[in-house]
Design a protein around this ligand. Structure first.
Ligand SMILES: Nc1ncnc2c1ncn2[C@@H]1O[C@H](COP(=O)(O)OP(=O)(O)OP(=O)(O)O)[C@@H](O)[C@H]1O
Length: 345
């Protein structure tokens, strides 16, 4: 699935093209995508299907979806690393097909595969990146130091990248995209593989960039929690199609903020239980998923008591009952009515 050495390609491009600082130019950091589709000849997979959306300048936008949904393909098209089959896209006011060099000048990209040189140290790599973007030696050194601190790599600054762990490489990669303070930042699953404290550090930095510098951020993620915590707006992508768009609040209002999942005991009639719960809970959102019954509610604790009362009153035996927050799977189930697709492989 990830056959293209994407970040490497991008950084290779940057050695030749980026000989000036994008941050000095006033650009409109918006993204406009119209009817974008991508079909891979190999395998004939339609990875992106007639996708349209916009991201305003300064907005924090998340593309949320499971494995194989089409997130990386969309990012690759928007960052000029891959051509769309049909449709158009403008990033920072420039057409990604007709003006790829202009687009590259205004964007920072952290992709899932890093293309850093394993023989350099983290500090050297950052200083090199700063030099490529036209910063002087002193400023480059200062930027490298500050970014190393932000991504918590100060201690490992002088270690060769080849000896970094996967998580450390991801953090370095993020730092590399920030060197020239781009108008639009594309981050493809930036926190996958990071432990909770590193994840929080990356979140904090992204929030700061977005709020203080007005950087437009396009982030892909499989984590609902990440999109919820960071994004102004979220589009949910499933099997190449956008199935829902809205603010986290709007999306949550569609699904309820809590989820009660119960497993009826063997021999119980789950269809009947479904009807009894619906009736008893004023037509609440109750659905069946395999052997479980899922109830989407707003005030989980209060509703859990109500569910327990109904089960007791109707003499329904259950094997298990749990209260939790909805997962991405649950949201897909609710929004698409069919649940998350498989990996699409
Ligand atoms: N170079 C390629 N050639 C053929 N098919 C591809 C290629 N890249 C991706 N695909 C397929 O396109 C679909 C979308 O993949 P994509 O990588 O965009 O999904 P994703 O949402 O980024 O998933 P993940 O979260 O796993 O990175 C998948 O079915 C994938 O197998």
């Amino acid at each position: 699935m990830k056959s293209i050495p994407r970040n490497h390609l991008f950084q290779t491009c940057s050695y030749n093209i980026f000989l000036h600082k994008g941050a000095d130019e006033k650009v409109n950091g918006s993204i406009q995508v119209e009817h974008l589709s991508k079909t891979f000849k190999k395998g004939g997979i339609q990875a992106v299907k007639d996708v349209s959306f916009h991201v305003d300048e300064g907005e924090f936008f998340a593309f949320l979806g499971p494995n194989g949904a089409g997130k990386s393909t969309t990012v690759q098209i928007l960052t000029t690393l891959m051509n769309a089959t049909t449709g158009t896209a403008h990033v920072a006011g420039c057409d990604v097909i007709r003006e790829p060099e202009k687009v590259r000048r205004h964007i920072g990209v952290a992709l899932q595969e890093t293309g850093v040189d394993p023989d350099l140290t983290g500090r050297e790599m950052l200083e090199l990146q700063a030099w490529i973007f036209g910063f002087g030696k002193k400023e480059g050194r200062e930027r490298a130091m500050r970014l190393l601190e932000i991504v918590q790599l100060t201690e490992a600054a002088d270690r060769r990248i080849g000896r970094y762990s996967g998580g450390m490489r991801r953090r370095l990669d993020l730092a590399l995209t920030l060197v020239h303070e781009p108008a639009v930042l594309f981050l493809d699953e930036p926190t996958t593989g990071l432990d909770p404290s590193n994840r929080m550090a990356v979140w904090e930095e992204l929030r700061r960039l977005n709020k203080e510098k007005g950087t437009t951020i396009f982030l892909t993620t499989q984590y609902l929690e990440e999109a919820d915590s960071l994004a102004d707006r979220i589009s949910i992508i499933n099997d190449g199609e956008i199935v829902a768009t809205g603010t986290p609040k709007e999306l949550k209002a569609r699904i309820g903020s809590d989820l009660i999942a119960l497993t009826p005991a063997e021999g119980e009639d789950s269809e009947q239980i479904l009807l009894q719960l619906k009736a008893g809970l004023n037509d609440a959102d109750v659905i069946k998923k395999q052997e479980k019954i899922l109830i989407y509610v707003e005030e989980g604790t209060r509703q859990l008591l109500e569910v327990a009362r109904i089960l007791d009153r109707e003499n329904i035996q259950v094997e298990d009952i749990q209260l939790s927050s909805p997962t991405l799977d649950d949201i897909f189930l609710k929004i698409t009515g069919e649940g998350k697709k498989s990996d699409g492989e």
